[in-house]
Ligand binder design. Structure first.
Ligand code: NAG
Ligand code: NAG
Ligand code: NAG
Ligand code: NAG
Ligand code: NAG
Length: 462
């Protein structure tokens, strides 16, 4: 029962205070400290993690470490260590003031201290101290205008003397007053201070420590990695071969605390999103969504492709082009011949907006008015080219074969006669055509005979 009560109270507090309380015993009742409106030049570290959020609450009894961005270019004024006790910090937040590199070498600001490592490696601690790996060569550069006098280097370590003096290179000798630590040893740890002739100072804390990070396992293919080593300040760089995307950060550094600054990244195979054809007539001939893969399309019979026939999965996991469309192939409305008409129109398409469309396979049959002969094809079909299989026919004026008269034959014998053509009748033996009229029937311009074929009569009747 007691256990239950304690948990209940604990949970209640966590809820009400948004996890701002410590987690042990009586101290869980103590309020946390707020941290907000942080100056952009300040970097705050809490539990070895750099805080980037603007507004946090730090639990009671915890501490934060504050430093200035751009180590050496700003000087921290105040105590970098702050403890939270009962909702209040044990001091005010420190501030950062600019140094000579920022002020353009004026005499009224502290000198800038830059560092360089011709050999070895180093890492910056949350407190702003410089962690240096043993054996490194460290140059500390005090930036000051040489014409204003000589600055002075002092250090707290009593282990040994160091070379100091103006840099030798022409580009540096008027501004850089250097202190060199050769083959750094643990005993070289201490505070290194540069003082200007006016007595303005800036310091850098050097911490020579033998810190190693866990040795990195050889990168698992396809990940490609290059590792400088696992000593503090050394880095490892990673990349992925084409077709893969790097998930994570491309490089990581061994930090002052023996931890890598990030996790080893991974290579994720690039895959393009699946293709879902929205058009029922569109067919996929090939479908490969891997990097470099292709998708090719075709349209079902009666429709044609509009767009790319094939698209490729590119390096950014995006298709090289949009999915094409299938457009229904149609033929233009058929031309009705003069003196002709359409007697059949098999239109295989549905009517759209009241207009009938001639899909592939549509059939049109023509016929001519009486007194006309159909020349050409009587039926045409809409082809896959969107054109009709043939030109529409034409209807020419013609006289039709009028039929043989009884006991006679018409000559010449044809189905159709052109305007101006004549016919005559040859009678069977024993029959004759009347002597009058002698005019032969002529095909007229309207497709009608000028006269009916003359009849054949028996001799007996003549
Ligand atoms: C922070 O790092 C130091 C080493 O510099 C280590 O001793 C300490 O345990 C770390 N603290 C946390 C909370 O990880
Ligand atoms: C806060 O307290 C810690 C020790 O508890 C001390 O090291 C630090 O200097 C104090 N900070 C200020 C600003 O007084
Ligand atoms: C810096 O100072 C030098 C000489 O005093 C001057 O020529 C230069 O213009 C200054 N630069 C800036 C950015 O103020
Ligand atoms: C997909 O395309 C890629 C790149 O061209 C190729 O390496 C892979 O073998 C293809 N996959 C299949 C299943 O065809
Ligand atoms: C379509 O046109 C092409 C080229 O003009 C031709 O070779 C082909 O025979 C035509 N197809 C049909 C069905 O008319």
């Amino acid at each position: 029962m007691v256990v239950f009560t304690v948990w209940f109270v604990f949970l209640l507090h966590l809820t009400y205070t948004e996890f701002c309380y410590g987690k042990q015993g009586k101290e869980s009742m103590q309020p946390g400290c707020k941290l907000e409106g942080l100056h952009p030049l300040l970097i705050v570290t809490y539990k070895n993690i750099t805080i980037s959020v603007d507004k946090i609450t730090v639990p009671h009894a915890e501490r934060i470490i504050v430093r200035c961005r751009e180590l050496g270019r700003y000087k921290l004024i105040g105590d970098p260590l702050l403890h939270c006790r009962n909702g209040v910090w044990n001091g005010t937040l420190p501030s950062c003031i600019p140094t000579t590199a920022i002020s353009n070498y004026t005499e009224d600001v502290p000198p800038t201290i830059l560092f360089g490592l011709p050999a070895g490696s180093a890492s910056i601690e949350p407190s702003g101290a410089l962690s240096v790996f043993p054996g490194s060569i460290l140059h500390l550069e005090c930036l000051f205008s040489r014409k204003l006098g000589n600055p002075e280097w002092t250090w707290t370590s009593t282990f040994r003397q160091h070379l100091t003096g103006w840099a030798i290179a022409a580009s540096e000798r008027d501004t850089k007053y250097r202190l060199s630590i050769y083959y750094a040893k643990t005993q070289d740890s201490g505070v290194y201070t540069c003082s200007t002739p006016r007595g303005l100072t800036n310091s850098i804390r050097v911490h020579v420590v033998d810190v190693h990070c866990p040795t990195l396992a050889p990168p698992q293919p396809p990940l490609i990695g290059k590792t400088e080593g696992a000593r503090m300040g050394q880095s490892a760089h990673f990349e992925c071969p084409p077709g893969y995307r790097l998930e994570g950060v491309p490089s990581m550094t061994c930090q002052y605390n023996g931890k890598w600054s990030a996790e080893v990244p991974q290579c994720e195979a690039i895959i393009c999103p699946p293709i879902e054809p929205t058009n029922p007539k569109l067919q996929l001939l090939e479908h490969n969504s891997s990097f470099g893969g292709r998708v090719s399309f075709t349209c079902m019979w009666g429709s044609r492709l509009s767009g790319s026939q094939s698209i490729q999965c590119d390096g950014d996991g995006v298709w090289s082009d949009t999915v094409p469309k299938c457009i229904e192939i149609t033929c233009p409305p058929p031309v009705v011949p003069r003196s002709g008409r359409i007697i059949e129109h098999v239109n295989t398409s549905s009517k759209k907006k009241g207009k009938s469309r001639n899909k592939v396979g549509s059939l049109v049959r023509f016929a001519c008015l009486p007194g006309h002969q159909l020349l050409g094809e009587a039926s045409i079909i809409c082809t896959e080219n969107g054109t009709w299989s043939h030109q529409p026919p034409v209807c020419d004026v013609r006289c039709q074969y009028p039929g043989d008269p009884p006991h006679g034959q018409i000559a010449p014998l044809k189905f159709w006669y052109k305007p101006g053509d004549n016919i005559q009748v040859t009678c069977s033996p024993g029959y004759v055509t009347p002597l009058e009229p002698v005019k032969k029937p002529t095909c007229r311009e309207n497709g009608m005979w000028s006269a009916p074929p003359p009849p054949c009569r028996s001799y007996k009747d003549v």
